[in-house]
Design a protein around this ligand. Structure first.
Ligand code: SF4
Ligand code: F3S
Length: 107
């Protein structure tokens, strides 16, 4: 079991989540974060920390977000580890809550 970062993180990237992860399993891209499913210990600490409510357990994903399971696994292998909070994306407030941002994902 793992937790998964979903669509609403894109272009927001608040990074509150990384501060609480006991196993440092978040990986950072240009405008999105992912969780490495092989490292996540399913502790659930990150889920309530995300201001964008973008983190879900893989068995509890909102409809239409299932593709993010594979996307987290794939991008965690490509991107660099992030363990400290940083400033959110400059237009995070504007993009928070906008649906279907996957076409804006930068790899
Ligand atoms: Fe890290 Fe726990 Fe969140 Fe998994 S559920 S990403 S181990 S904080
Ligand atoms: Fe993204 Fe939420 Fe973390 S917006 S960077 S999953 S705090």
């Amino acid at each position: 079991m793992t937790f998964v970062v979903t669509d609403n993180c894109i272009l927001c990237k608040y990074t509150d989540c990384v501060e609480v992860c006991p196993v440092d399993c978040f990986y950072e891209g240009p405008n999105f974060l992912v969780i490495d499913p092989d490292e996540c210990i399913d502790c659930a600490l990150c889920e309530p920390e995300c201001p964008a409510e973008a983190i879900f357990e893989e068995d509890d994903l909102p409809d239409g977000q299932e593709g993010f399971i594979a996307l987290n696994a794939e991008l965690a292998q490509k991107w660099d580890n992030i363990t400290e909070m940083k400033d959110p994306m400059p237009e995070a407030k504007k993009w928070d809550g906008v649906k279907n941002k996957l076409d804006k994902l930068e790899r």
